[in-house]
Design a protein around this ligand. Sequence first.
Ligand code: NAI
Length: 514
Amino acid sequence: RRQIRNVCCIGAGYVGGPTAAMIALHNPHIRVTVVDRDEKRIRAWNSRHLPIHEPGLSDVVRAARDGLRPGVDGTGHFDASIEETTTRAPNLFFSTACAETIAEADVVMISVNTPTKRQGQGAGRATDMTAFEGATRDVATHSRRGCIIVEKSTVPCKTGQLIKNITQQHRPELDFPILSNPEFLSEGTAIKDLMRPDRVIIGCESTPSGIAAAEALADLYASWVPQERIVTNNIWSAELCKLTANAMLAQRISSINSISAICERTGADVGEIAKSIGLDRRIGPQFLKAGLGFGGSCFRKDIASLTYLAESLGLPEVAAYWEQVLTMNNYQRDRFALNVIAKLNNSLRGKKITILGYAFKKDTGDARESPALDVIRMLLEEGPKSIAIFDPLCSEADIRYELSALPAADAQDVVKVCADPYEACEDSSAVLVLTDWDMFKMQPRSAPVKAQPVDSPVIASFSPSTPADLLHLPQRSKEKPPTIVKDTVAVGTLPEEIIARLQPQADCETGCEE
Ligand code: NAI
């Protein structure tokens, strides 16, 4: 068995940081160093304020980076609620010294960003491999003999060959084992997903060195992942299974959203349908919530990459099949925004619109690829007086960066990012709840919060409404109750008695998920 002592992870992002921290936590005898060119990000990883928000992440980082022994439950699993006791030697490091760290590593995991290409051949669909190629060149230049190169980023099928070509250009005398080890964590639940993954996929070449490398990587995971969940594939299958998994998950959301459009025309209830079909064990209940459609940095780009791959392989029908998942996703957002505009008498002039929740889903501060941006784009075309956004985690800087991609020249002036949900809702004509943050939901068993009389705001919510979904903002103080709370609305899915209590213009349809 190959002994691994030093792991280098290139890319200190949403995947690299948490994954490296988890490997370090469970392998105290191994030194894990995460490197990134972005000094600010590395400084944050070395501070008390980590650059990304994930429930449980800071406990894992403190344990591995600062040497605090974590609480561990009876089965050996890390449990933040169990008191930390003695110290352990720190074995997780964050650094900008890329070349030096690569040179010492037995394993290099490449976890850099692989966004969609913005220009040139395949723009809008093909994967932009600039960062991945750059990182691969660094590895090819600085790594030592026999270093295992692991693709952790999501990449097109056959990227292993690209790595091989690059390493052979730089070090023709050496043969580096190459593995594909795609990451399946979801933002918002990254630590939970990493702690108990459904599976760990390791793709390798079927050569003795490829198989030995796969075993060595499997050993790192076996410190906390049951053996039967560590699955070895051929390298091309491992690469393609990540794109396939994301395409299938996104397809479920588009499928249920297509049904939600039929529901709104017929009086069928998409929530009831999702529940009914989800009870079929062959279908299952996950990813069946109708809403604004999927967002986040992965689904759209990975399906785009899949369609581009299919087309480059001369399979236009396959490309068209998956393209439709994206078409349905865009359609759903457009429908939502148009419905809001229609409910406001087809004019937003002089009106303020509030958006509660910017992140593409709860428990993440990641502002990339948010469905909210598409909604804002359409609302801006109607010339509203202002759009006020409140999100509990997304930073104003990140939201403003995203807004800079909008065509409206005055987007930055019209949109205000508020630190307070009540301020965001003040004098608003419509309140759109676009992220399923718990703070916007009715707490179980708490009484509905009484609204102060306001000018019949339209409240459009992320989920088809039931009385239990009544919008709830946490009360600031007894003296100042929330100013905007009314019934959430979802035309065609609400019981009659609730619709009867709504203001005439206050009806609107479903919103978002994922
Ligand atoms: P990210 O953008 O948060 O982080 C990537 C980091 O890599 C950045 O900090 C960047 O500065 C750094 N970087 C780029 N080139 C570098 C180089 N040559 N040397 C050193 N550092 C370099 O990206 P994220 O979200 O962590 O995604 C990484 C990969 O994982 C992508 O391929 C993505 O598709 C995949 N993935 C992402 C998931 C997510 O939920 N965000 C889930 C599963 C996979």
